[in-house]
Design a protein around this ligand. Structure first.
Ligand SMILES: [Zn+2]
Length: 323
């Protein structure tokens, strides 16, 4: 026998406004159960308990009533600025509450299409698009400090540059031409990845060094496919190397390079989801890919949605609406 739901009668007797209020309360509760906070204020208390002054950086500010929007206000004793805990984060001007962001972030963790995200989160397409770039702003420069070590596999991946292909004087050239954007890819045995744009066409030694040198710890073993530019990187990074001639029929090559080849095919599949992407935004998409790669790697330790939300609250990121 199916147990009767004791709330059914109560819910069906509510009018539209009451029902909306109930839904909001339920969403808040559900979000609190999931990520530990149900509202943006709760999230701010949890993840930004003592916000530094966004104007001068002074760390020890005091509570000072509430902002006109009802958020807790802080005041800086040095420069006098008043601010909320969300000031200087990408959530500062959000008109939506945390449960909507929770759904949005969950969708972003699966790289769902913008139309689907807008539908699921009940926000406008334009808002969903803007939010995606707000999230991207928080991973801007994320890869700058990543350093791979131990065994490090490197490779390149090439994408057609649609800006060039669509231009009026475009002529298709054979082979790997300058029409392709080169993306340098590296991954180590700890599954730390680095994915950065590396100019057009096959990389020179200088380009591959510019792209990867700062991301590889000295003393590592660089595993690569004998691309001409690689030895200069190995030398400059003070590493040793293992090289395999790129040959898809050679089991030794496939086995040695499987790790980085898989990363390249995940990356390709990921990028195919954004066919209308502007080239100027490509590095942002790559940063998000690398960030998410790490979030997913650690998912058993840190549930991904809560981790990304916490990251959004803790990042002092400026969103530029030029996208
Ligand atoms: Zn200040």
């Amino acid at each position: 026998m199916v147990a009767t739901n004791p709330y059914r009668g109560m819910v069906s007797s509510l009018d539209y406004d009451e029902f909306d209020a109930l839904c909001a309360a339920v969403a808040e509760r559900r979000c609190r159960n999931l990520v530990g906070a149900g509202t943006l204020d709760e999230a701010a208390d949890l993840w930004r308990p003592r916000p530094a002054c966004p104007s001068c950086g002074f760390p020890d500010c005091a509570r000072d009533g509430r902002t006109p929007a009802g958020r807790r206000r802080w005041r800086c004793p040095i420069c006098g600025s008043a601010f909320s805990a969300l000031t200087g984060t990408v959530l500062e001007y959000s008109k939506k509450e945390l449960p909507v962001w929770e759904r949005f972030v969950t969708c972003m963790c699966y790289n769902a299409p913008i139309d689907l995200i807008a539908e699921v989160c009940e926000i406008r397409h334009k808002t969903a698009f803007e939010w995606r770039h707000r999230v991207f702003a928080t991973v801007d420069g994320y890869q700058d400090r990543l350093v791979l070590s131990g065994r490090v596999w490197i490779d390149e991946l090439y994408l057609t540059d649609t800006d060039i292909v669509r231009s009026a004087d475009f002529a298709q050239k054979r082979g790997l031409s300058k029409n392709k954007i080169c993306i340098a890819v590296a991954i180590d045995a700890f599954k730390n990845a680095v994915v950065v744009i590396c100019g057009h066409g096959k990389p020179s030694s200088k380009r591959i060094k510019d792209a990867l040198l700062s991301h590889i710890a000295p003393g590592s073993v660089i595993v690569h496919d004998m691309e001409r530019s690689h030895p200069a990187l190995v030398k400059a990074a003070r590493c040793t190397d293992e090289a395999y001639r790129a040959d898809l029929n050679d089991p030794a090559y496939l086995e040695a390079m499987q790790f980085v080849n898989s990363l390249c095919s995940w990356l390709r599949r990921y990028l195919f989801r954004f066919p209308g992407m502007k080239k100027g935004n490509l590095q942002s998409y790559l940063n998000w890919f690398v960030y998410l790669f790490r979030v997913r790697r650690d998912e058993e330790k840190w549930p991904k949605t809560a981790r990304v939300l916490r990251h959004l609250l803790m990042s002092d990121s400026c969103y530029r609406s030029s996208w």
